[in-house]
Design a protein around this ligand. Structure first.
Ligand SMILES: *Cc1c(COP(=O)(O)O)cnc(C)c1O
Length: 419
């Protein structure tokens, strides 16, 4: 069942709280998350991969609100991070350092040092240069860094180009095509300042077929098995994230088939498995709440101009992503297709195009659905618009996770030279 549903009066609601009431009390634009939904979906994911024996590290880059991470930490989740900033967030939200995996192609020396000093569980290295940097920083501290190697198994994930990471033409991982990855893993295993932690893949995001996963996981399993046959220690196979979600109906993900796939592939393989879901836990547990400013009839098109914009939710214009957009109140008679656009001065500033909308007037609240992942985290203050705040509804109670900054606060962050 979707986390956001219509109540007996036809009003969109979450955990029994009406979004109309939330809009009235907390204003807009505002991200609203379902804590109950996040908890359920995390538990369902952990349950689906549980039989295969895995560690779940929530990918913070999908949604890194401290309140969201803390909720997942409470459920036992670890974290997959991609920066020193996310390291600080994961630790602040109560995720133990030992349950944190550090991914990404460009970890800077200060970020590696901070991760090692915190006692991080695993660093997924992506190049010989990075392995060398980690080794040196570990040596200077007299410790052994836990390093896994992210490999590139050249799989096309059949998703949007900007979120495809599995092909050899991308910047991600070390190719297994020649001996490059095997040689680097041998070097990792022999390095006195590194403890070899295993192998990792992550082929992309919003992947809606199991085939690319199966291809990549088989290749990873073969590669790991070959390294083990040489006598090398390969404790973990980290399978990344990437499970696609339903952006049309907003239904929660069904992880059953994915869980069955990993059980089938890795049963009795003796590897510890790692998982890094982000979008599949969060996307359908969040909406962007916005209100109509004007309905403008253009020459041959109608525009619904709302108070949320591309600075709040970049996905439609960045990825041509589709987000369902619904009225919070029970919808009235249809008025035909309209573009739902923000006030930002860019033609690319739209939340939806050519949508059949009901009658709307100024002040009416709309919900942009499936906005819980890669929404608030990508927000900016473009056009000096303070990005939307974030609110979590759990067990019928609203918790403000982050209030919207004021323009005065934005200006106060800057300094003007004394000309
Ligand atoms: C982005 C990312 C994830 C999460 O991907 P989702 O599609 O949100 O599940 C996991 N692992 C790595 C290394 C990533 O970069």
């Amino acid at each position: 069942m979707p986390a956001f549903i219509r109540d007996a009066n036809g009003v969109l609601s979450v955990s029994g709280v009406s979004l109309a009431d939330i809009a009235a009390q907390y204003g807009s634009p505002l991200y609203v998350y379902s804590g109950d939904g996040i908890r359920n979906d995390y538990r369902r994911f952990a349950g689906a991969v549980g039989p295969a024996g895995g560690r779940v590290h929530f990918a913070l880059k999908a949604n890194s609100a401290l309140g969201v991470i803390a909720l997942l930490a409470h459920e036992g989740a670890g974290a997959d991070i991609v920066s020193g900033g996310e390291l600080a967030r994961a630790l602040a939200a109560g995720i133990p350092a030992s349950k944190i995996v550090f991914s990404g192609v460009g970890k800077a020396a200060d970020e590696i040092a901070a991760a090692l000093d915190a006692g991080i569980g695993q660093i997924n290295a992506e190049s010989p240069q990075e392995v060398e940097a980690i080794s040196q920083i570990a040596a200077s501290r007299g410790i052994k860094a836990p390093v896994a190697l992210r490999v590139n198994v050249d799989v096309t994930p059949q998703t949007h180009a900007k979120i495809s990471t599995g092909q050899r033409s991308t910047k991600f991982g070390v190719s297994t095509a020649q001996n490059e990855a095997a040689n680097l893993y041998r070097q990792i295993a022999a390095d006195p300042h590194i403890s070899a932690a295993g192998l990792a893949v992550h082929i992309g995001s919003q992947i809606t077929s199991l085939d690319p996963f199966e291809q990549a996981y088989r290749a990873l399993l073969d590669f790991g098995t070959a390294l083990r046959a040489e006598g090398l220690d390969v404790p973990v196979l980290d399978l990344g994230g990437g499970i696609g979600v339903d952006y049309e109906a907003g239904e929660a993900c069904d992880f059953t088939d994915y869980g069955a796939l990993v059980s089938r592939l890795f049963a009795d393989s003796g590897f510890i498995l790692g998982f890094e879901p982000g979008r599949s836990i969060m996307a359908n547990n969040g909406v962007l709440l916005t209100r109509v400013i004007y309905v403008k009839d253009g020459d041959n098109k109608r525009f619904v101009i709302v108070d949320a914009a591309m600075n709040d939710l970049l996905r439609p214009t960045l990825y041509e992503a589709h987000h369902a957009i619904q009225t919070v109140q029970s919808p009235g008679p249809g008025i035909g297709p309209a573009d739902i656009v923000g006030p930002v001065c860019e033609t690319g500033d739209y939340l939806g195009q050519g949508r059949d909308m009901p009658q709307l007037g100024a002040g009416d609240a709309l919900a942009v659905l499936s906005a819980g992942a890669y929404g608030a985290v990508m927000a900016s203050s473009y056009n000096t618009r303070p990005p939307a705040g974030e609110l979590l509804v759990m067990d019928g109670t609203c918790h403000v996770l982050r209030r919207q900054r004021t323009v005065a606060e934005l200006l106060a962050e800057e300094t003007v030279p004394d000309f």
